[in-house]
Design a protein. Sequence first.
Length: 237
Amino acid sequence: MSTLYQSLAIILAPTAAYSFLLLMLVHYKGQICAGQRSRLSQQFATLWSLSSLGLVSTLVAERHAWVIITLLGLSVVIGWILSIRQLRLAGKRTLDSRIWWLSGAPLILASLIISITHPYSILAMLLAALAVTHWVMVKAKHRLSAFDRILPICAIAVLALTVCLCALQIYQYGEQPLLGELTRKFIHLVGFSLAGMLIWLLPLLKDMEPTAGQLGATSLSLIIAGIAVTELQFLLQ
């Protein structure tokens, strides 16, 4: 059986890492002005918050995972230093995009270790990362309107794969003593995922711009859904 801290340790850091990669892609390839680049860099603090929670959860649940703890600790410290430095820059100035890799690289390394160790949770991590990425971009007041459609559509595909994979695993498990508990975890997964996606898709269906509050709620719902996935995987082991 897993604990909440174990599930958070598995989900949070990779969610932040995959979101970091998506945001750096926007930094490098997105046609954004200096003001948008500056606001986006300021919102990286959201990722370091998730990483910090992931670090604390790992310290509580997986104290022996010293490599992951060291990498996450390094990422969190450097990330917050850079974010504070970014906030102190005047006007539309921003740190060089390459310098964010000082924090992003150890975060990605730690997340790769976690992902390799828990491969069945990768889709859940990516699903939450898509929502967090959109949340950060909206908080930064981005003008790349295509992402308001691309990110939720990609999330629908990832969610469909996640649900199908988990359902197949439960089906293959057969009639065993833990089937009832597995079914409850699966219901939690579907329930929180559908709630999060409904909130996420509502602005798109109504042809409205999404708000940071809506995407914050979506991100939380999908992180909880990710926790359900990890708990389900622990039961299947």
